[in-house]
Design a protein around this ligand. Structure first.
Ligand SMILES: *[C@@H]1O[C@H](CO)[C@@H](O)[C@H](O)[C@H]1NC(C)=O
Ligand SMILES: *[C@@H]1O[C@H](CO)[C@@H](O)[C@H](O)[C@H]1NC(C)=O
Ligand SMILES: *[C@@H]1O[C@H](CO)[C@@H](O)[C@H](O)[C@H]1NC(C)=O
Length: 356
């Protein structure tokens, strides 16, 4: 017995050690599994669909950049805006004159009952890119990422791209002039030229249509970003933004997310062209009505969907291009508003801007 005693002791000791070790291993495993789970759910939101990976299938796609346009215009368009698209085709999409080649791509997504009409429209014009997600306001980030992704992989020899909404007037003649004479030197391989929004407050008023919750966006001011009304960049930057957005948790305010947060991650800079933007429609109306043969001192303006105004303004712009109008028409001065800031609806969010 005596000889065995130490052995029994030893066995007991060993057994206890194994038990303890087992417990420790069990605890470690538990912590690891729990930790992984906790980490995943707390820092990155669970993918809700394939879209969270920003991989798109296209219901309709066209080789729009086949002949390498100088400028590709990506237009965010609502499915039912058939006439908006026609106006853009007739105006910016077909400017005539001695302009370098310009192509338009309309970015659409899925709507329930319009698919036949969209097929038909595409048969005629072959200028639609339609993604495999539901077309909705809260999916605009997908539309935006899709456009950038598509342009960077299908148009990489195209010199410039402009992203715009379908209710914005662009004086395409002045724009091309501006790109050729000014933007060429501004390194658009690393930058976006745009209406630059700095330190914009996030709307926390729950009854507002533009309300953004703390979970959706932590900070009380947005990352500096470019208004999605219209901005100009290159396919290279489009590719950088697309790669960057995949690393971020989803956020639905598309211009903030792509040209703000993703641009920051991608190291893409912004060039301020704010002086070329009118933020209300009345200046565009005045210039279009005016008999004076003067160019407007703006290039971009909202039309809020007034298609007739878009057509008339384009006609005036073309006339000015053909007759080499002098600079510049300025809106007759009206009394200044008493407040130092005012608010307009962007297509994607509230734009609060200082009067300048
Ligand atoms: C999306 O990403 C997740 C995680 O990386 C992966 O498991 C999943 O297969 C991806 N889905 C697609 C459609 O690529
Ligand atoms: C966005 O698109 C996805 C995919 O089609 C869809 O499941 C989702 O409901 C859409 N989101 C909204 C807010 O419409
Ligand atoms: C453009 O894309 C093609 C293939 O899609 C690639 O071979 C080429 O290197 C790209 N060019 C540039 C300038 O990125």
């Amino acid at each position: 017995m005596k000889e065995f005693f130490p052995n029994i002791l030893c066995c007991k000791y060993l057994l206890n050690s194994i038990k303890r070790l087992g417990l420790v291993i069990f605890c470690l495993c538990f912590m690891f599994i729990y930790g992984t789970y906790f980490f995943r759910t707390s820092t990155s939101r669970q993918p809700k669909s394939d879209l969270d990976n920003y991989t798109f299938d296209y219901l309709i796609e066209n080789d729009i950049c086949e002949n390498v346009p100088y400028l590709l215009i990506l237009v965010h368009s609502a499915s039912n805006h058939f006439e908006h698209r026609n106006v853009i085709r007739e105006t910016m999409g077909n400017p005539g004159g001695k302009l370098p080649s310009i192509k338009v791509a309309f970015l659409l997504a899925i709507t329930e009952d319009l698919q036949d009409k969209i097929w038909e429209e595409n048969q005629k014009h072959a200028d639609i890119i339609q993604g495999n997600f539901v077309d909705s306001y809260r999916n605009l980030t997908y539309k935006h990422a899709m456009g950038l992704s598509w342009a960077s992989s299908n148009c990489n020899r195209t010199k410039y791209i402009m992203k715009m909404d379908d209710d914005i007037f662009v004086d395409i003649y002045q724009l091309v002039d501006y790109i050729k004479n000014k933007l060429g030197d501004l390194h658009l391989q690393k930058n976006i030229a745009c209406y630059y929004q700095r330190s914009m407050p996030v709307v926390r008023d729950t009854v507002s249509k533009w309300y953004v919750s703390k979970t959706e966006y932590q900070s009380d001011t947005f990352d500096d970003y470019c208004s999605g009304w219209a901005y100009i960049t290159t396919p290279k930057v489009a590719g950088l933004l697309y790669e960057a957005v995949k690393k971020l948790p989803f956020f639905w305010v598309d211009d903030v997310h792509l040209t703000g947060s993703a641009a920051q991650v991608a190291g893409v800079g912004r060039i301020r062209l704010n002086q070329l933007y009118a933020l209300e429609t009345d200046g565009l109306l005045d210039w279009t009505r005016s008999k004076a043969e003067l160019r407007w001192d703006k290039v971009f303006a909202p039309t809020w969907g007034d298609l007739d105004l878009s057509r008339r303004a384009h006609k005036k712009a073309r006339m000015c291009h053909n007759r080499l109008c002098k600079c510049c028409y300025r809106k007759p001065t009206t009394p200044r508003p008493t407040t130092s800031s005012t608010t307009v609806k962007g297509s994607a969010q509230l734009i609060v801007f200082p009067i300048h």
